[in-house]
Design a protein around this ligand. Structure first.
Ligand SMILES: Nc1ncnc2c1ncn2[C@@H]1O[C@H](COP(=O)(O)OP(=O)(O)O)[C@@H](O)[C@H]1O
Ligand SMILES: [Mg+2]
Length: 389
């Protein structure tokens, strides 16, 4: 798919913007702080209902305003879909698809696909488990929009179970005050296992694309791979904010995962009661990104980390292109070219050239290979002007 037109109203630093986009490459040039990433964020929000750089939607609403609107006209094959999102400071957000109000806002998912690559994506390789979970979950939701409901159910159950654990703190494991915990356990297991199985399955499908993308972008031959380090298999549960010392999950069989989950919950119950927080589940799992036999995090070089992060995003795009209902995702490269050496710039240019639509942002147009500069826009203080050449 591709974005034909984007209209913003009181979104971030835009009062209003009308933006006709082209098939193929669209280059946005502007100094820092002018609103380039905000454009990328608006498109990504339509694809995932999350921002790629902030939790929640309130920061997306222009300061001192009460409502932001994103209107996106998507083209897919010979059809068009018009998405309209209304983000409100107070009260519920609303959405319309092709002028009809929809019941649940998450029903806008599945019309727009987008993959953003930006320098912050090095965090997927180098930083915390939460960065890697967000990476895989954003992809899953785009491939299988129904899962957005599963994630929100899981968050709700987790929150309520944590509240119960907190208020039951220091009760003994079989006291009657804990009678309701069992039913929360079962919801947690059922919903959480669906998430864990889905992550496992998507990762298996992604790995071949990751290997291809890494081979195409990296200097040195090396073999990337991904395993899930699951809290369900942890030998010891460490502090909640630290990583789980688990072994790798080898199955995406729901019944097997549920059984592991139930058993682990029983095992950690005394610890959970002591700490007042849920210690196992998909919210505590991690992806281990391997390069050869070594884990990327803590071992690989800065250059390899760049290649790895980029390969993860190119693999996501390849998977969406192949398997998603909306076809080719919009590929967004936000502030990336300035950070790459000339060889990687030209390799990347070759890799993205045939994507249905690519959005590139840069502070300096000359950092972007010349073959990607044909259709150019200038971004200046929350305004966008088209410019030819
Ligand atoms: N909710 C908001 N209301 C008004 N301005 C905002 C809001 N959120 C971000 N901004 C402004 O948007 C600008 C950043 O835009 P961004 O798209 O990140 O710039 P860049 O062109 O460097 O990518 C900053 O000047 C920031 O102050
Ligand atoms: Mg930016």
């Amino acid at each position: 798919m591709h974005v034909k037109h984007l209209t913003l109203s009181n979104f971030r630093n835009y009062t209003t913007a009308e933006l006709p986009l082209n098939l193929g490459i669209n280059l946005f040039v502007g100094k820092n702080g002018q609103g380039k990433t905000n454009l990328a964020e608006a498109i990504f929000y339509c694809a995932t209902l999350t921002s790629h750089r902030v939790g929640g939607y309130q920061p997306l609403i222009k300061q001192s305003e009460t409502q932001a609107i994103i209107r996106l006209l998507a083209g897919f094959e010979d059809r068009e879909n018009l998405l309209e999102l209304e983000l409100n400071v107070d009260g519920a957000n609303r959405a319309r698809v092709n002028k009809s109000e929809i019941n649940r806002i998450r029903d806008v998912l599945g019309y727009v696909n987008a993959v953003i690559f930006s320098p912050e994506d090095l965090d997927i390789v180098k930083r915390d488990p939460s960065n890697r979970r967000a990476f895989i979950d954003e992809l899953l939701i785009q491939l299988t929009p129904r899962l957005a409901g599963v994630y929100s159910d899981y968050e709700r159950v987790l929150k309520q179970r944590n509240t119960l654990l907190r208020t039951s703190k220091n009760l003994s494991a079989n006291s009657p005050g804990l009678a309701t915990l069992g039913s929360w356990d079962e919801s947690l297991v059922k919903i959480g296992s669906e998430i864990i199985a889905s992550r496992h399955e998507i990762i298996q499908r992604m790995i071949p694309h990751l290997k291809d993308a890494y081979a195409a972008i990296a200097d040195e031959k090396n073999d990337p791979n991904i395993s899930i380090r699951s809290s369900l298999l942890a030998k010891s549960i460490v502090e909640p904010e630290l990583e789980v010392d688990g072994v790798y999950l080898e199955t995406n069989n729901r019944a097997e995962i549920e059984a592991l989950f139930r058993a682990k919950l029983l095992e950690v119950r005394p610890k959970e009661l002591e700490r007042g927080v849920t210690l196992v589940g998909p919210h505590r799992d991690d992806l281990v990104l391997f390069l050869g036999t070594l884990p990327a995090k803590g071992y690989i070089s800065h250059g390899e980390s760049w290649s790895y992060a980029l390969a993860l995003k190119l693999a996501s795009a390849a998977l969406l292109r192949k398997d998603s209902r909306a076809g080719d995702p919009v590929l967004i490269l936000d502030d990336v070219f300035a950070e790459l050496d000339l060889i990687r710039r030209s390799r990347l240019a070759n890799l993205i050239a045939d994507n249905e639509q690519v959005i590139i942002t840069a502070a300096v147009a000359e950092d972007v290979p010349s073959e990607l500069r044909a259709s150019r826009f200038v971004v200046l203080a929350g305004t966008v002007e088209g410019q030819n050449g």
